[in-house]
Design a protein around this ligand. Structure first.
Ligand SMILES: Nc1nc2c(ncn2[C@@H]2O[C@H](COP(=O)(O)OP(=O)(O)OP(=O)(O)O)[C@@H](O)[C@H]2O)c(=O)[nH]1
Ligand SMILES: [Mg+2]
Length: 644
């Protein structure tokens, strides 16, 4: 595969937003180190975009204006030596003049350039209006307005940068012109360098020599001492004419040029106070309040869904189970009756009592969050953590949903932009302990061994999610694509859209999951009435008894758990009567819970996986998780027995 490669460097003053842009572009593939021999941080990353493999380097920010800082030396050397295909000069729009001073110097390096006019929101709130077209015209460089913290304009910026590279032949690079005398002297010096091989452009070298730049001087001194002595002589001539040092003259002319451009391109209007919507944005993305609000919102959402779900589920259950006598009178209490009630009807009830009470509110809330704009803020806040797992910040949403129920969570992975990202997110999601898993963890381990053991299992679960997520990120073929999120402003959610989206998703879920649930429970019931359960338990005993050290009966209850995970515990309690679960040893409890946590996505989740990714991938995930859980359970048994 011969992919087109590009090298892009981000350069600009300190604190303008380079790193924020860098993170947007390369969130999943970063390498932070130091510049060779320097203590200045070097951040590099890769992304895939429009068929290009793009390496991005975040050059250190330039702090000072007059003296040559380490950061500036590193930056200019990189640009001159590595010759990036294009330099993105990040500029703070709210202090345009000061930033243009550096832009003009960058231009002298004669490298293809694009300007990211960042912090447009800050400029706006300070009452600075910038005429983009005019700025582009004055500089002769494409300018893209951005608000990096909201991801606004970042994708377009990247497009513009690529466009600049693709435009061949590159047009002559625009330059600042200095006063006549200085231009003349620059010309003179350039004449002397005509036959000298230089890393930097000759004009740049001439200007830097006149400015008395030590590093450049040293380099040229080595190559051709005549040039440096000529430069010294010319500098003295300029000093005599202007009465200031040559470097002061050049700096002030450059300053004048920057000021001129800034004044021509910007207009001061009365500052615009941040609106309510903007204040809400700031509050919800703030380093402290943002996370506090996030935690509070999540708790509120879960609390609402579980209280509502629990209540409605119980109610529906009561009503539907009230139909049992009706069934008994219609189909009798024989095998047919058992199959109709225990197979078809109980499957249907399981479906209804999950779908209506939990999934509908989940979707409603999800779409309200999405439509209002809060979802993208959540993604933004979680971006860093999720990147560590090889996922985009957006994947946090399905994962969050997964704690309630894996089914809507898997379907929710659709918000990811590419098939690969969707699959990775869904895989991780199926490992999240859903409400039913919580019942097992709390009902068995929490109840009998204490809450600290339950918490430890949760922590272990997160660890597994992290490790397997990271692993999947490495092994799933394909490349992580840039997922540049752009936040729109907060707005009132549009209820009609939300209801429509919710209805659409719920209907889809019913269509795919219900037949599977009913067929599954029918098959289980059939196995039960035909006396197959005991033989099945016996067949499974090498795994359940020999490897996992559990009672043989768990083979059957775990199979039932495929329908709804908590069934595996509920049935186990019933089958172990009269002693109940208390007969299990602590080690058995932990092993059983571990297996139940991971052993399979429930049948409805499998259905959702099939729907989204097809049979093959769904089967692969399912088989992988079964094997993983069994191996894990056995290893845990041996480790725990060693310790105990
Ligand atoms: N309001 C607003 N703030 C921004 C924007 N872009 C960046 N910031 C903030 O500006 C600050 C500096 O951003 P960085 O990306 O760290 O800046 P940098 O250019 O990498 O800085 P150095 O690494 O020191 O050169 C951070 O607090 C950002 O949150 C923007 O578009 N709008
Ligand atoms: Mg930075």
């Amino acid at each position: 595969m011969n992919k087109k490669k590009l090298l892009i460097a981000l350069a600009g003053n300190a604190n303008v937003g380079k790193s924020v842009i860098f993170n947007h572009l390369t969130g999943l593939h970063q390498h932070i180190g130091n510049w060779p021999g320097k203590t200045v941080e070097r951040a590099e990353g890769t992304l895939h975009f429009r068929g290009y493999t793009i390496d991005i380097v975040d050059l250190p920010g330039i702090y000072s204006l007059s003296t040559y800082s380490l950061e500036e030396l590193v930056s200019r050397k990189y640009i001159a030596v590595e010759r990036p295909d294009v330099v993105i000069n990040v500029v703070d729009a709210s202090v345009l003049e000061r930033n243009l001073f550096f832009t003009l110097q960058l231009m002298e390096l004669e490298t293809p350039m694009v300007i990211a006019l960042n912090q447009m929101d800050m400029a706006k709130s300070k009452g600075i209006q910038i005429n983009i077209k005019k700025l582009e015209h004055l500089l002769g460089i494409p300018v893209m307005p951005t608000v990096a913290v909201k991801g606004v304009g970042i994708a377009k910026l990247l497009e513009k940068a690529i466009e600049t590279v693709e435009k061949t032949p590159a047009k002559k690079h625009p330059q600042v012109t200095y006063g006549e005398e200085i231009e003349e002297k620059i010309g003179k010096l350039m004449e002397k360098m005509k036959n000298v091989q230089l890393v930097y452009p000759p004009r740049y070298v001439a200007i830097k020599l006149l400015e008395g730049d030590e590093e450049i001087e040293r380099e040229i001194q080595r190559i051709n001492p005549q040039i440096t002595s000529a430069a010294k002589k010319i500098a003295v001539e300029i000093e005599n004419i202007h009465g200031h040092t040559c470097s002061t003259v050049i700096t002030s002319e450059r300053y004048e040029a920057a000021g001129c451009i800034a004044r021509a391109a910007q207009k001061l209007v009365s500052p615009i106070k941040p609106t309510k919507v903007e204040r809400l944005h700031n509050l919800t993305t703030h380093k402290v309040t943002g996370y506090l609000i996030l935690v509070f919102s999540l708790l509120l959402i879960f609390y609402t869904i579980f209280t509502f779900g629990d209540y409605t589920s119980g109610l529906l259950s009561d009503v539907l189970y009230g139909l049992e006598p009706l069934f008994a009178s219609a189909f009798g209490t024989g095998i047919v009756g058992a199959l109709m009630w225990g197979g078809v009807m109980e499957g249907l009830i399981a479906g209804i009592t999950i779908v209506l009470p939990y999934i509908i509110p989940f979707y409603l809330i999800l779409y309200v969050l999405e439509n209002s704009g809060y979802l993208s803020r959540i993604a933004f806040l979680m971006d860093y953590v999720m990147h560590k797992m090889g996922l985009h910040g957006k994947a946090f949403i399905p994962i969050m949903l997964g704690f309630g129920c894996n089914v809507p969570a898997c379907l929710g992975c659709r918000i990811m932009e590419t098939q690969r990202e969707r699959l990775l997110a869904a895989f991780v999601t199926t490992l999240v302990p859903c409400a039913a898993t919580t019942v097992i963890i709390l009902g068995l381990v929490g109840n009998f061994l204490g809450i600290q053991w339950a918490l430890a299992l949760y922590l272990f679960n997160f660890l597994v999610i992290f490790v397997l997520g990271r692993l999947a990120f490495k092994v799933v073929p394909g490349e992580p694509t840039a997922l540049i999120m752009e936040m729109h402003d907060y707005r009132w959610p549009h209820m009609k859209t939300i209801l429509k989206q919710t209805w659409f998703r719920v209907a889809e879920f019913i269509k795919i999951a219900f037949p599977l649930i009913i067929v599954g429970s029918f098959a289980l019931k059939l196995a039960e009435v035909s006396g197959l359960l005991e033989p099945i338990a016996a067949v499974l005993s090498p795994v359940t008894v020999a490897w996992l050290g559990l009672p043989a009966i768990t083979g059957i209850t775990l199979i039932f758990g495929v329908l709804r995970k908590e069934l595996s515990l509920v049935m186990l309690a019933a089958l172990l009567a009269p002693t109940g679960l208390a007969i299990l040893t602590p080690v058995q409890m932990v092993v059983f819970t571990l297996v139940a946590m991971f052993y399979i996505p429930c049948i409805a989740t499998i259905a959702a996986l099939v729907k989204e990714f097809g049979w093959k991938k769904a089967l692969f995930i399912t088989v992988f998780e079964i094997v993983f859980a069994i191996v894990l359970g056995g290893v845990a048994l041996r480790l725990l027995t060693l310790v105990a």
